[in-house]
Design a protein around this ligand. Structure first.
Ligand code: NAI
Length: 259
């Protein structure tokens, strides 16, 4: 079994991913700004370059050359304190970590990365916001300025998830011949503290509550973790650059004429 690093390990989907992978016999290195005694060994803030660099160095030291998987779950939703923070955590908190740990992943057989995107990313398909280009250009300062001037957390959120999905697919295409697989899981509503906070938010709560998937319920973190467990495993050896919606049919409902 191998060593797998998981961001967002202290709560929700990330905690469920840690539980599943640990039960399969993998060694887990959890990364989170919150502390918890179960899986989180790297306590850091992924919203800043310093926090990301600290995470990269700490993971390298703990993995001792054995890292073969990285699952990026850490993220903030529309209730985050400001719209720029959403882009820093959800995009740069993923891309810089993957970049920083890539050389370690390549030291092991069958390395794989799974990024948690969102069904919300598809809101950007018709006309991506300018901050998407800034993110894909790697310019965090410009991204944050654009996010601050738009001052719309729901746009920052959708743009960050759209950009990180595009970035993961670009990486999959670029790294495929070297053996690194990168896939995205795009959840719909999942019962976690992040989702609960969205439901309670005076600006977005009503819309979130009314947006129910065809299966008639929100998902459980373990249902997302099961998909992540498959994508990180060798059973998914021919899958890279894919976006797997795990959303109770939400995307099919919203984009019934497209795929
Ligand atoms: P959660 O709030 O339960 O867990 C998120 C974790 O990320 C927390 O432990 C938090 O401390 C950590 N985190 C946040 N900002 C951080 C930072 N700056 N540095 C380090 N750690 C940080 O939320 P949930 O729902 O488990 O979210 C996991 C991922 O799933 C997120 O990327 C979210 O956008 C995505 N997602 C969630 C959906 C939902 O309905 N719950 C739907 C679609 C996507």
């Amino acid at each position: 079994m191998s060593v797998i690093a998981v961001t967002g390990s202290a709560s929700g989907i990330g905690a469920a991913v840690c539980e599943l992978l640990a039960n399969q016999g993998h060694t887990i290195i959890g990364i989170d700004r919150q502390t918890d005694e179960k899986f989180t060994q790297v306590s850091t803030d992924l919203s800043s370059p310093q926090g990301r660099n600290a995470a990269i160095e700490h993971v390298k030291a703990l993995a001792k050359g054995q890292l073969s998987g990285l699952v990026c779950c850490a993220g903030v939703g529309v209730t985050a304190p400001d719209a720029a923070l959403i882009t820093s955590v959800n995009f740069f908190g993923v891309t810089e970590l993957v970049e920083g740990l890539k050389s370690d992943l390549y030291q092991n057989d069958n390395p794989a990365v799974v990024v948690i995107g969102s069904v919300a990313a598809t809101a950007q398909l018709a006309g991506p916001h300018a901050m998407v280009d800034a993110m894909l250009g790697g310019d965090e300062t410009q991204t944050r300025q654009l996010a601050q001037s738009a001052n719309a957390p729901q746009i920052s959120y959708a743009a960050s998830k759209y950009a990180v999905t595009c970035w993961a697919r670009q990486q999959a295409a670029a790294e495929g011949n070297k053996g690194l697989r990168i896939n995205v899981v795009a959840p719909g509503a999942v019962e976690t503290p992040l989702h609960q906070a969205s439901k309670e938010d005076p600006r977005f709560g009503e819309a979130v509550k009314k947006f129910v998937a065809p299966v008639g319920r929100a998902g459980q973190p373990a249902e997302i973790a099961a998909t992540v467990g498959f994508l990180i495993s060798e059973q998914a050896s021919f899958i890279t650059g894919s976006v797997l919606f795990v959303d109770g049919g939400m995307d099919a409902m919203v984009r019934a004429k497209y795929f």
